[in-house]
Design a protein. Sequence first.
Length: 312
Amino acid sequence: MDRIDAMKTYIAVVQEGSFSRAAEKLDMSPQLVSKYVSQLESHLGTRLLNRTTRRVHTTEAGAGYAQRAQQVLADIDDIENELSNLQRTARGILRINAPVSFAIQHLAGLLTDFQKRYADVQVDLQLNDRKVNIVDEGFDIALRIGNLKDSSLIAKRLAPIRLVSCAAPAYLASHGTPRHPSELSQHRYLSYSYMDEEITFRRRTQGQTPAAFTTRALKSTFIVNNGDVLTQAAIAGAGIIIQPTFITGPAIAAGKLTPVLEDYELEPLALYAVYAHRQLLSSKVRCFIDFIGDYFGDPPHWDSFDHTQAGS
């Protein structure tokens, strides 16, 4: 027995006063109406209706049940309508996880513009650089930088992320400028906690497949889990860093950092929007994914400084 269908059928009988009129209203046979009511009475263990040849009347239990059942059905309709409206209209709380440095430098404007268009969406932005489990931790969407491995999550590529090796002019004047990736081991290397230990460089060659060179376990004098701190340390002359241009670009453009290993390019990364389901996306998530899709451009605006200097 479908309890909701049985409940709806019982309410129709009470409102119409007979099985036949309830059957007409519900477009079903009187026999099926009678079956639903009988099953409901059996399930509840009490008589709901007194039947006569002309009309049915509710018992005391039946009258109380009818009142409560009508409220339950009204609540179900409200829930379904609310969910349907959420699917049609972007509203509610949108929980986003994003990398710290990228969010600080590039998300404030985007989220402001997004909420100007979708005023009923409340944004809850949480920042960290570790890889969160968006399902277990309750996020609607995560922005991630890297080369994503296979997973059950859906990932939409948003923009290229270019890496650059660089250091302060004063550091290079004092310690020399590396000409080959193997020479990085002779320098003070400032390491980002979440970057792979092995970093692949490819020598720039025209008309040929670039030759690859992989660094192995560079000894670091300084390990940080935040790219902005690394960049500021490099500007202060602490050593060489490998960081995205969306962090280092302004310092390179201002002459505070100088790209090194310009004959080599680093394996590119990308910015992705990651979410759990392709089907039945809520409107708030769908609207955000569509909005952010081409927001940064390709190439993105943070690469507006001289690309050739950035090794990109």
